[in-house]
Ligand binder design. Structure first.
Ligand code: HEC
Length: 252
């Protein structure tokens, strides 16, 4: 038993180590707010306003947003552009071929991006997205004028730059095994955004929260049901164990 436990722990440790070393920079942890409806609603609003211009979410219908507490009227008034109906899926405004020409890459469909990035070993997916959307910096050598620490040479410009403002990464030179290496040290805000850094982190947290929900809308229900199932099983185990003891008491 002890042996099994030790090898299980070792396997877990190995998995954690493998995840941590898969990227150039460490992913920041996205705040866990998957049950927070206000956060999900704010995320949906940011998504529709800042991401749907280029990306689609072809497997998400607008009326599914009722699951995060929005009424049909609120969806109509705040999240739909003139031509859309609530029963429609989230399609992007851009022609994919044109996008490829402009950005050098196709904007992927974002319905399940949180899940696909987690499958690609990029942390929980959510952590990667949270880091990615907060590590843009201006770069004149790029066609879009932007570059990104989490996704070097990305084709996507900084869609949220008005909110975040412009920041540049700072490096320090340290010597490692006798070699000079540049190590990322932190950020310097060059021009302010309409949000403070703390507000921006919160907004991106909400947006990623929404992306995670969209990738798995049934997740919250499943966790709730799962907790009850586990409780039920523990009570049943206890019950069966005592019943078994009572049953055999006189025979032993
Ligand atoms: C101006 C067009 C444009 C806008 C607006 C835009 N994107 Fe993108 N996005 C792209 C393009 C182009 C790519 C492909 C980049 C590449 O592969 O180099 C991309 C890629 C991505 C990726 C994939 C990154 C990866 O690891 O492969 C994610 C996630 C993403 N965008 C999220 C967003 C979110 C969230 C928003 C809204 C805040 C947004 N995008 C707004 C054009 C856009």
């Amino acid at each position: 038993m002890k042996k099994i436990l030790i090898s299980l722990l070792a396997a877990l440790g190995f998995m954690a180590g493998a995840q941590a070393s898969s990227g150039g920079i460490a992913w920041d942890k996205v705040p866990n707010k998957t049950n927070d409806l206000a956060s999900l609603q704010n995320g949906a609003k940011l998504f529709v306003n800042y991401c749907l211009n280029c990306h689609s979410a072809a497997f998400m219908r607008f009326n599914r947003l009722k699951d995060i507490g929005l009424t049909e009227q609120q969806i109509k008034d705040n999240l739909l552009f003139t031509t859309e109906k609530v029963g429609e899926t989230m399609v992007s405004a851009i022609d994919p071929r044109q996008a490829k020409e402009w950005f050098g890459a196709n904007p992927p469909d974002l319905t399940v991006i949180a899940r696909s990035r987690s499958a690609a070993g990029q942390g929980t997916g959510g952590d990667y997205l949270y880091t990615y959307l907060r590590t843009y910096y201006p770069d004149d050598t790029k066609a879009s004028g932007w570059n990104n620490l989490a996704f070097p040479n990305v084709g996507m410009p900084h869609a949220l730059w008005e909110l975040q403002g412009k920041r540049v990464p700072l490096y320090e030179t340290v010597s490692e095994h006798g070699q000079e290496v540049h190590v990322f040290k932190g950020w310097e805000q060059v021009t302010p955004g309409t949000l403070t850094p703390a507000q921006y982190d919160q907004a991106v947290g909400d947006l990623v929260n929404y992306l995670q929900w969209m990738a798995e809308p049934a997740q919250n229900t499943r966790i709730r049901v799962g907790v009850w199932v586990l409780l039920f099983l523990s009570v049943m185990t206890l019950f069966t164990w005592r019943l078994n003891a009572a049953y055999w008491k006189d025979i032993k």
